[in-house]
Design a protein around this ligand. Sequence first.
Ligand code: 6GU
Length: 287
Amino acid sequence: PESNKGLSYEDCKATADWLLAQTDMRPTVGIVCGSGLGGLADLLKDQVAFNYKDIPNFPQSTVHGHAGRLVFGTMKGKPCVCMQGRFHLYEGYPIQRITLPMRIFKLLGVQTVVITNAAGGLNQDFKVGDIMIIKDHINLPGFAGNNPLVGPNDERFGVRFPCMSDAYDRDLQQLAMEVGQELGYGDFLKEGVYCVLGGPSFETIAECRMLHMLGVDAVGMSTVHEVIVARHCGMRVFALSLITNLAVMDYDSEEKANHEEVLQTGKQRAEQMERLVSSVVNRIEPN
Ligand code: 6GU
């Protein structure tokens, strides 16, 4: 039907097969680079990269700070595929389109997805530059029917009503905590609940207060849709937020959220974020 803006299984398969025909790499880990965190992809060895615009059926990334390439390569010897730049709801794509890469990952043979994002901190214990291991999410657009799985369900991907209480793999969270401690990141490695909003406008003070009351630790404009689609088709998920700014919670504050600050913090913490991700990837066991 018209309401289904997603791609058919056959179209997804065609895209995956097109990619598989151009490289011998068979990635088991898929990585999504958040705003200002595209450097992760540059860590890959023996790269084979594709601009999104050259990949059949792929949307194109339009935002400053996002490169728009799919990069195959090895990270510490492990074959990976990395989205350098992602698609957001606020760019205007149908929600089923922004999550297409997750299904491509699945059809490429990916078993574990590692997702990063830049987020605003709401937890009063958080500081700019903290890295938050996502333990759960609130899909606020989903409350209003904006879920990437809306439309006919193709059982070849997954079930009609997928469980989300185990969305974020516990073992990978634990592994990341251990790896983070070993790297000496204990002081700025946190965990918490991520809430997605549609964007592109940042939150009002009243909205931040509301989210804080709801138990949200960090707020952003991505990740959750990808997680839902990744879980639907049975991939394991690990996700990290870089706290690039603190959400404004009181009317006396002079602070204003802005994209430059987001990118700036990304640059400052990029190296640690990259080291944490690559060390976790290194220790991911096959399913
Ligand atoms: Cl404060 N809000 C949202 N929605 N996304 C963000 C952010 C804030 N900081 C980085 N990304």
